[in-house]
Design a protein around this ligand. Structure first.
Ligand code: FAD
Ligand code: DLZ
Ligand code: SF4
Length: 514
């Protein structure tokens, strides 16, 4: 029976479920570069280069392994614009008896896969994506009848299921979570780990040329592309992470430093999300580092929690909440993002750093995403759908299933507390504690009022005051509401006037309006 096996751009794994049991002699693997995928948002140009180059390298690896791969390039003159259009063309070329495909990573593409059986009159076997620990049904079972969905409890289930960092039924070290130990600011250190640099080979260079010619209107620099685009190179970065960065991963997970883009992070998310690396394998290797005494428990537990906890939890939320999750806007926020979110051209040093590096590299680490760009967007009342589109555009690791719950849920509180139990907001004091940004900034983080005051300060209290109706009952917000209530009416009015002037200036196109 001749089988057509489409492999989507985030399915670059040798042990993909669609390939299980397939006979290379009787199967055609179809990989498609299509305009719908490169254009459904204005992806950062490095993100497009990474995905298309990784796809081309993966096709070569599959061919070398004995598969027949039919690869459609974006500049193929007969190319269709969509996955469905390419399937129609491939059916005409290969006359398959059936299609076998691994389920898509997002609602938009899942709907396409669901339409193929009727559209083409062929059996279509859509298989579960076995690269995740929890299936959709597992998450639904866990979530059913719970009053609230707390990641920590889901994480414990994942620990038990994978047996990671377990001693029988008990967590190693007597606790499930060592996050309290993981909030240290970092000092600059000449021995800090540096991620590997993978200069473009001929395949990547051809993609860079293509992207330069076709995507001039997309954001992001193409200069200095140095991501891994093969499983072997991604593995080199993983090995470097375990050897040099994992031991301090926990301590400095939330730290930020001017000019230091990577700190002790793994920089593996693009490779995990597109399939070049296996997340569970990485977790087992992290555990082995702990058991061999080469990495402390707070680091290893923290790393494993991000993957089998947060990553799996976000996917569960995405599929459970449905395609209209994207429309939620609990706080009724409607402001557009300032234009400088695409340039980093602002006097606020923390934002200039996070956005500048994002435009240059298509990467920023978690706390920059959450407590700098996300925090600011939330404080100014940016439309969560617009914030979501920005994150989906600019990060090399961004696919809707993981980006949307992180952005709309965790960062923008758009779901009213499903992912996070309170809004992730802070004044400048948090950024000052966790970074050296404020020392390099033209604003004074200690001031709330006046021309030199850090904008985060007045915006923070203005947010608190603005949302009293919606948030005052949240017991995790009790402290800021008590503190706000203790301030004199004059102080409150001055703070709100300061915030209003800033927001007016933002709406007028500036970043500070004093
Ligand atoms: P590390 O700090 O080394 O963490 C280890 C791994 O844990 C990561 O590689 C990643 O696979 C996983 N991880 C960590 N935190 C999360 C999380 N919150 N959700 C899911 N996985 C997590 N991550 C994405 O992979 N794609 C996204 O589109 C994405 N969008 C985000 C948007 C916002 C607003 C926020 C706050 C976070 C987002 N994240 C996203 C999560 C996180 O920021 C990135 O996974 C991380 O920065 C990737 O860098 P790293 O590989 O060096 O991670
Ligand atoms: C993100 C992306 C881009 C930019 N381009 C392609 C592409 O040309 N071909 C492809 O197969 N996949 C691409 N992708 C990734 C897909 O959007 C991803 O596989 C879906 O989001 C999965 O649901
Ligand atoms: Fe950011 Fe305020 Fe610090 Fe400047 S002073 S870096 S704006 S937090």
């Amino acid at each position: 029976m001749k089988t057509l096996i489409p492999i989507l751009g985030d399915q670059l794994s040798p042990d993909l479920s669609a390939l299980a049991g397939a006979d290379p002699a009787d199967s055609v693997l179809l990989m498609m570069e299509v305009a719908d995928e490169t254009g459904y948002v204005r992806h950062h140009r490095k993100k497009i280069v990474y995905i298309l180059s990784a796809m081309r390298h993966h096709a070569a690896a599959l061919t070398a392994a004995g598969w027949t791969v039919d690869y459609v390039r974006l500049d193929d003159p007969d190319a269709a614009d969509s996955f469905t259009g390419e399937i129609a063309r491939a059916i005409a070329r290969h006359a398959p008896d059936r299609i076998v495909v691994t389920e898509a990573g997002e609602w938009r593409v899942a709907a396409m896969l669901d339409s193929w059986e009727t559209l083409f009159g062929l059996p279509v076997d859509i298989r579960a994506d076995t690269r995740f620990v929890a299936s959709h049904a597992d998450f639904a079972d866990w979530a059913r009848d719970r009053a609230s969905l707390t990641m920590e409890y889901f994480y414990r289930l994942m620990r038990r299921r994978t047996d990671l960092l377990m001693e029988g039924d008990k967590p190693i070290g007597g606790r499930w979570n060592f996050d309290k130990e993981n909030r240290k600011p970092a000092a600059r250190d000449l021995l800090m780990p540096r991620p590997h640099i993978f200069p473009p080979d001929a395949i990547t260079q051809a993609v860079i040329d293509l992207v330069e010619a076709r995507f001039a209107d997309h954001p992001g620099s193409l200069d200095g592309f140095d991501y891994a685009v093969t499983a072997e190179d991604a593995e080199r970065q993983a090995a470097a992470f375990f050897a040099h960065a994992l031991p301090h991963f926990g301590d400095y997970e939330d730290a930020m430093l001017t000019g230091e883009r990577f700190l002790w992070h793994s920089i593996l998310s693009p490779y995990i999300n597109s399939g070049l690396l296996d997340p569970l394998d990485l977790c087992r290797r992290a555990e082995a580092e702990y058991r061999a005494g080469r990495a402390p428990l707070n680091s290893v537990e923290g790393y494993i929690r991000q993957i089998i906890g947060w990553r799996e939890f976000m996917r569960g939320i995405y599929w459970r909440e449905g395609p209209d999750y994207v429309d939620r806007n609990f706080l009724d926020h409607h402001r557009p993002l300032p234009g400088w979110y695409w340039t980093g051209d602002t006097d606020m040093h923390c934002l200039a750093e996070a956005i500048g590096q994002t435009m240059e590299t298509a990467h920023a680490h978690h706390i920059q995403r959450l407590m700098v760009t996300g925090n600011f967007a939330l404080l100014i009342g940016a439309n969560p759908a617009a914030v979501h589109r920005w994150y989906l555009e600019v990060y090399v690791d961004a696919y809707e299933w993981v980006e949307l719950p992180n952005t709309l849920g965790m960062s923008q509180f758009g779901d009213g507390g499903l992912v996070g139990s309170k809004p992730y907001i802070s004044s400048g004091a948090y950024i000052d504690r966790m970074s050296d940004y404020c020392r390099h900034c033209r604003y004074d983080v200690k001031q709330r009022i006046g021309p030199d005051a850090c904008p985060f300060n007045a915006l923070y209290w203005d947010f608190i005051a603005r949302h009293e109706d919606r948030l005052a009952d949240n017991h995790r917000m009790a402290m800021p509401y008590r503190t706000w209530a203790k301030q004199s009416p004059e102080a409150q009015a001055a703070t709100r006037a300061q915030a209003a002037a800033f927001l007016d200036s933002l709406d007028a196109g500036g970043d500070a309006g004093y």
